[in-house]
Write a protein that binds this ligand. Structure first.
Ligand SMILES: [Zn+2]
Length: 220
């Protein structure tokens, strides 16, 4: 069975790690997506790394401005601000489409991911919401994640893998991981599997209730 992997790198940019990841991806001629934290991307160093990633053909997505609380646990205005403030930072880049990935807190999928007001913002702003189906846990197991990621890639037909370009030491193994995927003839694509994108270009294309916090009861 042909297998496919899509790589994403969350929670950067960070000074030394993101440049190492970019070097690895360039060496293996792989395009990916970086879901960046707005407040890190707006620094001088962060901005330069994002410019480089974009120039090298990677997509740059919005992963909230501060990445401190899942949007479904915030008030409406704060949830919207997290998206829009980060998007202001990304507007300096010339990106083909607006990509947003919610903060999952440990890679969990659930109602905490989105607030109803955040969904409205994503729809009005023509965003594509990019979730995931493989979280090998690189940040908590910097050496063991490669084995888990390979196991998941071998058993799923199309894995959308979440990795992190943060200084955990995990990305020291990225080159080895990419070489092994090549060795096993896994196709590596930049596009996302449809089942991981419940909102595409501002349109809801799959049920999203499972990702959205219950709307607060308005007093009238
Ligand atoms: Zn994150």
């Amino acid at each position: 069975m042909p297998r496919t992997v899509t790589l994403t790198f969350d929670n950067g940019p960070t000074a030394d790690v993101t440049s190492h990841v970019l070097d690895c991806l360039a060496k293996h001629r792989i395009k990916s997506t970086f879901f960046v934290i707005g407040k890190q991307a707006e620094t001088g160093d962060g901005g330069a790394l994002m410019q480089r990633a974009s120039a090298e053909g990677h997509w740059i997505g919005n992963h909230t401005y501060s990445h401190t609380t899942p949007l479904g646990e915030l008030e409406a205005a704060a949830a919207v601000w997290e998206i829009e403030r980060a998007e202001q930072v990304l507007s300096r880049l010339n990106q083909p489409r607006r990509l947003f990935r919610p903060y999952g807190r440990g890679g969990r999928i659930g109602h905490h991911l989105l607030h109803p007001a955040a969904v409205a913002t994503l729809l009005a702003g023509n965003y594509t919401c990019v979730l995931w189906n493989s979280v090998p846990g690189d940040w908590r197991d910097p050496d063991g994640w490669v084995h888990r990621a390979l196991e998941e890639a071998r058993t799923a037909d199309w894995s959308l893998i979440v990795l992190h370009d943060v200084p955990s030491g995990a990305m020291l193994h990225l080159g080895r991981f990419l070489a092994q995927l090549r060795e096993e003839d896994v196709e590596i694509r930049q596009e996302f599997p449809a089942r991981c994108t419940p909102i595409v270009d501002g349109r809801v294309v799959q049920p999203i209730e499972q990702y959205v916090a219950n709307a607060p009861v308005e007093s009238s």
